[in-house]
Design a protein around this ligand. Structure first.
Ligand SMILES: [Zn+2]
Length: 59
């Protein structure tokens, strides 16, 4: 089970090399056609925290 990489696209979390132009269906809350955009520092931090929390059972 792998979550989005911290370096994944700002919109959909897919890493740059796998991205090209991804269709994220708006029905899933996706942004539609878009290019890979670098995540913001906040997104990177949030994703890294999410991963860390997912790996470590809550106490
Ligand atoms: Zn994307």
């Amino acid at each position: 089970m792998t979550g989005p990489t911290p370096q994944g696209c700002q919109h959909c979390g897919i890493p740059h090399r796998e991205h090209f132009q991804q269709w994220s269906p708006p029905s899933k809350g996706g942004p539609g056609w878009h290019k890979w955009e670098p995540p913001t520092q906040e997104q990177i931090k949030a994703r890294m925290n999410a991963r860390r929390n997912a790996r470590r059972p809550g106490r």
